[in-house]
Design a protein around this ligand. Structure first.
Ligand code: HEC
Length: 495
C-alpha cells in the first residue's frame, strides 16, 4: 500500500526526508520551544475556528454572543482554552526568541530565519491585540481605544485610526475590522511565515550546541529522539493550558459602555510593559527640570508609544548585522548578553509599574475629579462637584448601576425574565421621582411589574449606597437607560 501511495504521490519519501533530519550533538529538551510554540499555534487555530461557530461580530451581538459562549459549559471551556492558549503562545514565542538570542543561533547563515521569527512575534502580538477587543466588554473597549488612539498619534495617523476603527467612533465596523484581522489576515500571515521559518530551518539545519568545532558533534535523529521530546513538551504545555482553562477561566465584564469615561482599562499582561512605557516616559519628563512643562505634550506621548518601540523593533530585526562576530561562545558575547538581560529586567519592571499604576487609579475613582476631593470624600465628591462637568455624575451613576444593579436588571436595564423587571422603557422609573427613590432606598416585593411577578425581592439600598450614589444611580436609570428621558434626582431630594 505504501508503495502504491509513494508511486502516485511521493508522500512516503517526503515524510522520510522530513523525519530523518540530523540533530547535531543529539536530541535535547533545549530544542523543544519552537515545536511547543507550533503546537500552541495549532491549538489556537483549532479552538478559534470552533469559536467562530458561536461568535457574532457586531456591536449588538458581540458581547451577547460571548455571554452565551460563557453560559454553556462546553463553549466556555473552548473559550478558556483559547484564552490561555494565547498567553501560552506569546510566552513560548518569547522563550524561543530568548533561547535563540542567548545561544547566538541568529548568526550567519540564519539571519533570515531570525527576521521571520521576529515577524512571527509581531503577528502573534497583533493577534492578541485584535482578539482582546472581540468580547466587547468594558476592558475590551477601553483597552482597544488606547491602542487605536496611539495609531492616530503620528502625523497622518488619523487616517490609519479611521481605517482601523472603521469610522469616527468605535462600533460594529471596528469589531468587524478586528475580527477580519484576527480570523483571516493575521492567521494567514502566521501560517505563511511559519512555513517560511520551517523551510529556512531545514535548509540550514539546526544550529546545535555551542562548541568550538560543530563538525566534531555526533549527530542524533529527529525521529524518534527529538520528536519524542517535542511531543512530551507539547503535552506538558497542553496540560498547563487545560488546567488553567478549567480552574482559572477568564470572566466577562459588563458590556462596553462608551459613556463610562471613568473606567480604568486593563490590558493583556503581554502589553503591560508598553502601557508602563506610556506612563513612565511622561513621568520621567516631569522629573527633569526644564522639561517638566513638556511632560504631557503630544510629542512626548508619541515618543513613548511609537518612537521608542519602533527603534527597539528595528534594533531587534537587524541584530544579526549588529553582532557580526562569528563566535557563539558565551564568554565573548557579553556585549549582547548584558543588554539582553537589562532589557528583560526593564520589561518586567515596566509591567509591574503599569500594574501598580492601574491599581492606584482604580482605587482613586473617576479621574475627572480633583485629587483633593477624591481623598477628602470619594463618594460625596461625585455629585456635589457638578459645576462644569455635567457628565461626571451620569458617568458615576452608570458605574454604580454596573456594580450594583446590572446583575439583576441587565447591563442596559433591559431586565431579566423572572429575575428583575426592565428599567429601560419602564414608566414607573420615569414617573414620580419620590416613588422611585422610595423603591431604591427601601426595596420592593410582590408587585406585578409590566405583566410579571418576581420570586426574589428587590433589595433595599439605603444602607449600602451613599446618598450621592443613590442620586447618581437614580438619575442614571431615569435618564440614561434605553429611551428613558426623565429629570435628574439630586442629593437634597434623597435627603
Ligand atoms: C437582587 C436583584 C436586584 C438588584 C441587585 C437590584 N434590583 Fe431592582 N428590582 C429587583 C426586583 C426583583 C424587582 C421587582 C420587585 C417586586 O416587586 O417583586 C425590582 C424592582 C426595581 C424597581 C421598581 C420597578 C417598578 O416598575 O416598580 C426599581 C426602580 C429598581 N428595581 C431599581 C434598582 C436599582 C437602582 C438597583 C441598583 C441600585 C437595583 N434595582 C438592584 C431586583 C433587583
Amino acid at each position: 500500500m505504501l508503495n502504491w501511495l509513494e508511486s502516485r504521490t511521493g508522500f512516503v519519501s517526503m515524510a522520510k526526508e522530513f523525519l530523518t533530519e540530523d540533530i547535531p550533538g543529539g536530541a535535547s529538551y533545549w530544542y523543544v520551544f519552537g515545536s511547543a510554540t507550533l503546537f500552541a499555534m495549532i491549538l489556537q487555530i483549532v479552538t478559534g475556528i470552533f469559536l467562530t461557530f458561536f461568535y457574532a461580530p457586531s456591536a449588538n451581538t458581540a458581547w451577547e454572543s460571548t455571554r452565551d459562549i460563557y453560559l454553556n459549559p462546553w463553549t466556555h471551556t473552548l473559550l478558556s482554552i483559547h484564552y490561555w492558549g494565547a498567553s501560552a503562545m506569546i510566552a513560548l514565542v518569547f522563550l524561543h526568541l530568548m533561547q535563540v538570542l542567548i545561544w547566538g543561533s541568529y548568526k550567519s547563515p540564519r539571519e533570515l530565519q531570525w527576521i521571520v521569527g521576529v515577524l512571527l512575534l509581531l503577528v502573534t502580538l497583533v493577534l492578541g491585540l485584535t482578539g482582546y477587543l472581540l468580547p466587547w466588554d468594558m476592558d475590551a473597549y477601553f483597552a482597544s481605544q488606547v491602542s487605536l488612539n496611539i495609531a492616530g498619534l503620528p502625523p497622518g495617523g488619523e487616517i490609519l485610526q479611521l481605517i482601523a476603527q472603521g469610522g469616527p467612533v468605535m462600533g460594529t465596523n471596528t469589531i468587524n475590522r478586528f475580527f477580519g484581522l484576527h480570523v483571516w489576515l493575521m492567521p494567514a500571515a502566521l501560517v505563511l511565515l511559519v512555513g517560511a521559518h520551517l523551510a529556512i530551518f531545514r535548509h540550514n539545519g539546526a544550529a546545535g550546541p555551542v562548541v568550538d568545532d560543530p563538525r566534531k558533534l555526533k549527530p542524533g535523529r529527529f525521529w524518534p529522539d527529538q520528536k519524542f521530546m517535542d511531543a512530551a513538551a507539547s503535552f506538558f504545555v497542553f496540560v498547563i493550558i487545560l488546567g488553567l482553562a478549567l480552574f482559572a477561566p477568564p470572566y466577562l465584564d459588563q458590556k462596553a459602555d462608551p459613556t463610562n469615561a471613568a473606567f480604568q482599562p486593563y490590558p493583556a499582561w503581554y502589553f503591560l510593559f508598553l502601557f508602563g512605557l506610556l506612563n513612565f516616559v511622561p513621568w520621567l519628563f516631569s522629573q527633569i527640570p526644564g522639561l517638566a512643562s513638556q511632560a504631557n505634550a503630544p510629542w512626548v506621548e508619541m515618543l513613548a508609544a511609537i518612537v521608542v518601540p519602533t527603534i527597539a523593533l528595528i534594533v531587534i530585526l537587524i541584530l544579526p548585522w549588529l553582532d557580526r562576530s562569528t563566535t557563539r561562545a558565551f564568554a565573548s558575547r557579553g556585549k549582547i548578553l548584558w543588554p539582553t538581560f537589562f532589557i528583560v529586567v526593564a520589561i518586567i519592571g515596566l509591567s509591574i509599574y503599569a500594574q501598580a499604576g492601574i491599581q492606584s487609579k482604580e482605587a482613586a475613582g473617576p479621574p475627572s475629579l480633583p485629587e483633593s476631593q477624591v481623598l477628602a470624600a470619594p463618594a460625596e465628591a461625585a455629585t456635589t462637584t457638578t459645576t462644569g462637568t455635567a457628565s461626571a455624575p451620569a458617568g458615576n451613576g452608570a458605574q454604580v448601576f454596573a456594580q450594583n444593579c446590572s446583575t439583576c436588571h441587565g447591563a442596559n436595564g433591559q431586565g431579566q425574565p423572572s429575575v428583575a423587571p426592565p428599567l429601560a422603557g419602564n414608566p414607573f422609573v420615569t414617573g414620580n421621582p419620590a416613588a422611585v427613590i422610595n423603591v431604591v432606598e427601601n426595596g420592593l416585593h410582590g408587585q406585578t411589574i409590566m405583566g410579571q411577578t418576581f420570586g426574589a425581592p428587590m433589595p433595599p439600598w439605603k444602607g449600602s449606597l451613599s446618598k450621592s450614589d443613590l442620586a447618581a444611580v437614580i438619575t442614571y436609570i431615569r435618564g440614561g437607560l434605553g429611551p428613558n428621558k426623565a429629570s435628574a434626582v439630586t442629593e437634597s431630594q434623597i435627603k
